[in-house]
Design a protein around this ligand. Structure first.
Ligand code: PEP
Ligand code: MN
Length: 365
């Protein structure tokens, strides 16, 4: 009988090494983490689906008794990743309390179904990481597969670990917070934690990402911690020692949830934080769009090409209006926004032209 509840505490903090490597490393790391008194669930990867062959793919079944040992020593529930039905079978035999489906597995409906079928009838808790690609339907589909085999909503949870995106960015994975909010809308009240370790890819970003998750009202965090991070067999750059974890967790300020009228205030604060995050994303993207527009100005200047190309602008307006009016945005709103963007683009391009001493033009396409 698995008596642990995902909703037993808020925030719920999950921590442990990316991988169980040796018995000593696993047990030492997990007991040190437990000694901080800040962590509620211990994690370690036993089976590791990796992007590149030749990377450490996990110690396998042999590591399960190490997790059990850590559980006995600390009294804390333990979590591990499963990618096949056989993994589930083994994990359940050893009494693992929480299973999670990794980002490379959530993308594959056959694998998710196989795991769901193996979980059927047990009371194990299941956390589902977002898929590598930014597709909410795949993530939601995985949740629905577990619901269909009878896993109770309160025994299911979500882990937001960021999405892989082409191109360079600060973090290893793009946050795309709005996709996590979308999941929260689809599954109201479902337990959801943030995994800043896999978003960040580097330990120096963990604190800021963890605080952001607290600000955005996540139910908790999953953070990777290793007794000797630099020697870790996987994800060495993003792991921190149990002592650093202790400091990090104590430094997070979790939002207050009790007030005179908690429901109202909490709902309002939550929505406002979502709005702020959307604004941050909108204006970051707008600024990047303007940079590209300016580059177009330079290319045209270098080639001595006139930049007034109203047919191109008209085609942008037509495309945006026809595509996004289906999203509940009025034509008038779309045209107003586009006009403002156009004016700013023209100003940027004019600056390029005058800075270079050329004749002024207009464009922003
Ligand atoms: C992990 O948690 O160690 C892991 C492999 O995560 P993800 O599936 O998010 O890459
Ligand atoms: Mn990892």
């Amino acid at each position: 009988m698995n008596t642990f509840s995902l909703h037993s505490k808020r925030p719920l903090l999950i921590a442990g090494p990316c991988s169980a490597e040796t018995e000593e490393q696993t047990v030492q790391t997990l007991t040190k983490i437990a000694q901080t008194g800040m962590v509620d669930v211990l994690r370690a990867g036993i089976w590791k689906p990796r992007t590149n062959p030749g990377s450490f793919e996990g110690i396998g079944v042999k590591g399960l008794p190490w997790l059990v040992r850590a559980k006995e020593l600390t009294g804390l529930p333990i979590a591990t990743e499963v990618a096949t039905g056989k993994h589930v079978e083994n994990a359940l035999q050893f009494g693992i309390d929480i299973l999670w489906v990794g980002a490379r597995t959530t993308v594959n409906p056959f694998s998710v179904q196989e795991i769901a079928d193996a979980v059927r009838g047990s009371d194990v808790k299941v956390l589902i990481k977002n898929p590598m690609s930014p597709e909410v339907d795949l993530w939601a589909g995985a949740v629905n597969r577990f619901m269909k085999v009878g896993v109770r909503t309160e025994d299911l949870g979500l882990i937001h670990r960021g999405f892989s995106a082409f191109g360079q960015s600060e973090y290893r994975n793009a946050t795309m917070w709005h996709l996590a909010f979308e999941m929260r809308n689809r599954f109201p009240g479902m337990f959801m934690v943030c995994d800043p370790s896999h978003i960040a890819g580097k330990r120096e970003y963990l604190q800021e990402l963890s605080q952001k998750a607290a600000d955005l009202n996540y139910d908790g965090l999953m953070i990777e911690s290793h007794i000797s991070p630099r020697d870790a067999w996987s994800d060495a750059a993003q792991q921190i020692t149990p002592d650093e974890l202790d400091t990090l967790l104590r430094g997070i300020s979790w939002r207050r949830t009790t007030t005179d009228n908690p429901e109202y205030i909490e709902a309002l604060e939550q929505l406002r934080r979502e709005i702020d995050q959307f604004d941050a994303e909108i204006f970051t993207l707008l600024s990047r769009r303007m940079d590209t527009s300016e580059k177009i100005g330079r290319v045209k200047l270098d080639n001595n090409v006139a930049i007034l190309q109203s047919d191109r602008w008209q085609s942008i307006v037509d495309r945006v209006v026809s595509r996004y009016s289906n999203y509940g945005l009025s034509d008038e709103f779309l045209r107003t926004i586009l006009e403002a963007i156009h004016i700013e683009s023209i100003n940027r391009q004019n600056r390029v032209m005058s800075g270079a001493g050329g004749a002024g033009g207009a464009g922003g396409k």
